[in-house]
Design a protein around this ligand. Sequence first.
Ligand SMILES: C[S@@+](CC[C@H](N)C(=O)[O-])C[C@H]1O[C@@H](n2cnc3c(N)ncnc32)[C@H](O)[C@@H]1O
Length: 400
Amino acid sequence: MNEPSEVSQRVRQQYEDAPFPPVSAFPVRSEVDRVWLYSFPEVYYHAFGQWRDPARARLLDAGCGTGMGVQQIRHLAPGAEVHACDLSNASLRVAGQRIEALNQGPVSFHQMDLLDLSALPGTFDAIFCSGVVHHTGDPVLALRQLKSKLKPDGVLYLMLYSRFGRRPTMLMRRVLQLLEADVPLGRQLFAALPKDHFLARWEYETKGSHNLTHREWFIDTYLNAQEKNYSIGEVFSDLGEAGLRFVRFAHPQWWELQNRLQAPPEIVRRFAALPEQQRYELMENLFSDQEEYYFLATHSEYQPAEPVRDPARWTAIRSSFARNRGLQADGGSLWQGYYGMGLSVDAYFEALVEGCDGRQSVRDMCAAWNRRHPQDPPELSQAVLFQMERQGVLFFKEIP
Ligand SMILES: C[S@@+](CC[C@H](N)C(=O)[O-])C[C@H]1O[C@@H](n2cnc3c(N)ncnc32)[C@H](O)[C@@H]1O
């Protein structure tokens, strides 16, 4: 194992002293919060359009902190072999308590520097690395290390800070750096700011004061020993240097101009003609309201085959994250997929969506629905299912 860098030592010291996320905000308990990005089957499906059996998967949470992610990874991938690593022993201890409380199988914990990840045996079908790479002294090396541990057809979930959406945090962080402030002095500065000051409003209104309430959160946000904030250009360039390829954002709708703006057709046309990276660049400059980039990546050289979905061989499953928000006035229901946009399903189609339980083939499900609604074109039901899939309400699985 290599000697940890000076930055890794400082970062480790910080998270030994102030494990994140703080237990004061997220106590250890046996239920888990659930975010689809920690569900291996769904992340894999939405990266490559293919189903992978979780029971056969090897999964890693790299930089697991106090374990809010790894307990979900464990919970949502029954039978998988799950590993987690972090620099901070104090954080690993809490993460271990969460896994014990969950009681759904083991997790192997490793005290380890991301920059030295090659010391970990084996490779993984998925690596989850949320809010970690930007705290290392060498993000490109960290990404290279992650790549070296990813199977050739593996998926990498990353969250990186945005320099656009995080501008208020970056400004306050710099102010506190110049003042060589600690937590009490930082809190005093906030208390001295007029309530309508833009940095005070950011903390009180947008953040709900959680940085002020929890000492560990204040340190993580405003006094972090190391952080890099990314533009889209920098995300793509660091990934490229590390031999990784951007696959998709977790919330693709946010990055589509038409979903955010009633833009004139000529602007929509020019937007659509831009290369992918430039479309994202345009969106971050125009809106600047994403604090963090959540996305999936893989090896640059991995090009998965286009999935061929044979309705007779595929079945549809309602995502465990899709929410039915209840009845609407017309008797239909409003569903919400995990991309955050609501999708209205009228009473006709409700039974079709409700019936997606992974047992019948798409062909049989649609045929049964079509028999009940002979007045509608037969291809409509299948089109609805594919639309629900694009919204993250459903995903498909080949029948074994
Ligand atoms: C902001 S926390 C995120 C924790 C967790 N991933 C989450 O989303 O809740 C950052 C974590 O990364 C860990 N970390 C930072 N640099 C690291 C490195 N070089 N190697 C391993 N872990 C590191 C810290 O110890 C800390 O637990």
